[in-house]
Design a protein. Structure first.
Length: 550
């Protein structure tokens, strides 16, 4: 049930513009459809407002989340004064963790908030600075900086963020405000593993006063002034190599230090400071750090999902699908995903898997029908004979009755369908989680592709390497013998639907850097170029992993 929050201001308002803001404030809140106190619980309208209340109303009117909170809080500040000290301290401590979360440090005005906190007297403007920092921080840490659907068309993911007004109400009422803020980041050990990895990568950034290493190929036995700069820069990030002789000579201790740095940076640890190592050493961050930053953002997009509950997790760049239960992996299989082609790339989203179909028919997607099969039928009406031509009512139409040459891709009125069979394109079973993009998991008669390291070959749907085992695992807990139930359906030869009770979430995700069960970060190719776009969007939003706000 949707309850309207109306804060009615009447009486004499001294400043016309503030009057307009105060009148608009309830409409802003109502437009957000936020839960609030029932009308009966609202205080009666007052006939006058203090200067502080009018200033506060004017400041928050343009921010719906803040308008919601302050409009239902009687326009009372919560950050200023002695009573706001605990809240200020909690917020400052939270935003000071921004770099460790891979969030844009300067966005939250850390230094400004610290300066304000040291002042003896704070006013409405200061209240708003803290409130806006809270709104930005809670938005970003609980659901990510970006709206993923605006980054790339293949990212269909919806982010479920808590509302700013609700969070501020909980924060203002909490005996321990820091606990409210601590609950906002993703509660997943893999998120924490990514944070630790980011910290390790950040430690590879040399201080600004460390000399850059000149370009070259620096290896054992070489003597050059550049070797001294190499020593100093390595030492500045914890890879000291005291010279065995001349500091200008690349000796054994320096070779060991270079190899140790390369290993930490994810580079081939050959102990040779070539162009790639030198460039990385001078720059500080590399592809590994960028991939981890993007992975942290993607994990924040998942914040609204219970990843401890039973679910299917398909990481597209890894070409792998897993079932997790209580946070533990209980099943794993290789998969084939969509081709690296704008038309066939598998999208990212979450939906509920509701049923599986044993002995499925293959309803050929229209794009495949008109682009691949219609030209062949126009040349030979008996081509692709394993497929039936079907009308809008589902009736199979004899090809002798159709002049395929009279149709274009746009006007072709028929569909194509393949009966259940050993060579059916969907194999023995498909797994359905209804979605607008008609994406599903399925078996395939083409098994050899699962032996390849890169497996982006489909038209968008996801082919499963171990489909029968997946079916058995999904049926566990709802039938006494999953193997017997599936076998009976398969042997019938008929298209058979097996419902999943309860349905379980399927997360189609895209992580090019992700921790394994030991916490070690594994890397995967950016097959669709999406990570590059997410990283560019993060940079545009103000992200700088090396930034400080002192």
């Amino acid at each position: 049930m949707q309850r309207e929050c109306q804060v009615r201001f009447t009486g004499l308002i001294r400043v016309a513009v503030v009057a307009a803001v105060l009148v608009a404030l309830p409409r802003l809140v109502q437009a957000q459809a936020l839960d609030a106190a029932p009308m009966a619980a609202l205080p009666a309208p007052r006939l006058s407002f203090s200067q502080q209340e009018m200033q506060l109303a004017a400041q928050v009117a343009e921010h719906p989340g803040l308008a919601d909170f302050y409009g239902t809080n009687g326009l009372k500040p919560i950050f200023i004064g002695v009573e706001g000290a605990t809240r200020r301290t909690a917020l400052i401590a939270a935003v000071e963790q921004a770099a460790s979360h891979g969030l844009p440090v300067r966005r939250y005005d850390q230094a400004g908030l610290r300066r304000l906190d040291r002042q003896a007297v704070l006013g409405v403007e200061d209240e708003i600075r803290f409130a806006r920092a809270f709104a930005d921080w809670s938005h970003d840490i609980s659901g990510g900086v970006l709206d993923p659907r605006k980054v790339e068309s293949g990212i269909k993911r919806e982010v479920h963020r808590p509302r700013t007004g609700d969070l501020l109400r909980a924060f203002a009422a909490a005996a321990d405000p820091a606990a409210v803020l601590a609950d906002l980041p993703p509660h997943d050990p893999r998120y924490e593993a990514l944070r630790r990895a980011l910290t390790s990568q950040s430690q590879l950034i040399a201080p600004a006063d460390a000399p850059a290493v000149p370009d070259g190929l620096w290896r054992s036995g070489v003597s050059d002034p550049a070797i001294a700069a190499l020593r100093v820069r390595l030492a500045s990030i914890g890879f000291a190599a005291p010279p065995a002789g001349s500091p200008l000579t690349f000796d054994a201790p320096l070779q060991q230090a270079v190899a140790a740095y390369q290993q930490a940076a994810g580079l081939p640890a050959d102990g040779v400071a070539g162009p790639r190592t030198v460039a990385r050493l001078n720059r500080g961050t590399g592809p590994e750090a960028e991939a981890i930053l993007v992975a942290l953002e993607r994990m924040r997009w998942m914040r609204g999902h219970d990843l401890a509950a039973r679910h299917v997790w398909v990481n597209l760049p890894e070409f792998n699908a897993r079932i997790y239960e209580n946070g533990q992996e209980i099943f794993e299989t290789r998969v084939v995903v969509g081709k690296a082609n704008r038309e066939f790339e598998t999208p990212e989203f979450t939906e509920l898997m509701k049923y599986m179909v044993v002995n499925p028919r293959w309803n050929v997607p229209r794009s495949i029908t008109v682009k691949e099969y219609l030209p062949r039928l126009q040349a030979n009406r008996h081509a692709v004979g394993h497929l039936d031509v079907v009308d809008g009512a589902g009736n199979v139409i004899s090809r002798d009755r159709i002049d395929f040459r009279q149709y274009t891709a746009k006007s072709f009125p028929y569909r194509m369908r393949q009966k259940p069979s050993d060579d059916n394109a969907l194999g023995q079973v498909k797994f359905m989680f209804p979605n607008p993009w008609n994406i599903y998991l399925h078996d395939t008669p083409t098994k050899h592709l699962f032996n390849q390291s890169s497996r982006a070959y489909s038209h968008g749907c996801i082919r499963v390497g171990r489909p029968v085992d997946l079916a058995h695992e999904l049926l566990k807990g709802q039938v006494e013998s999953p193997e017997a139930v599936f076998s009976k359906a398969l042997k019938s030869g008929r298209e058979t639907y097996l419902n999943l009770r309860p349905p379980l979430p399927v997360h189609l995700v895209y992580f090019t850097a992700f921790p394994d069960e030991t916490g070690k970060i594994r890397r995967f190719p950016d097959i669709y170029g999406r990570d590059a776009l997410v990283y560019a969007a993060l940079i545009k939003a103000g992200l700088d992993s090396a930034a400080t706000d002192e």
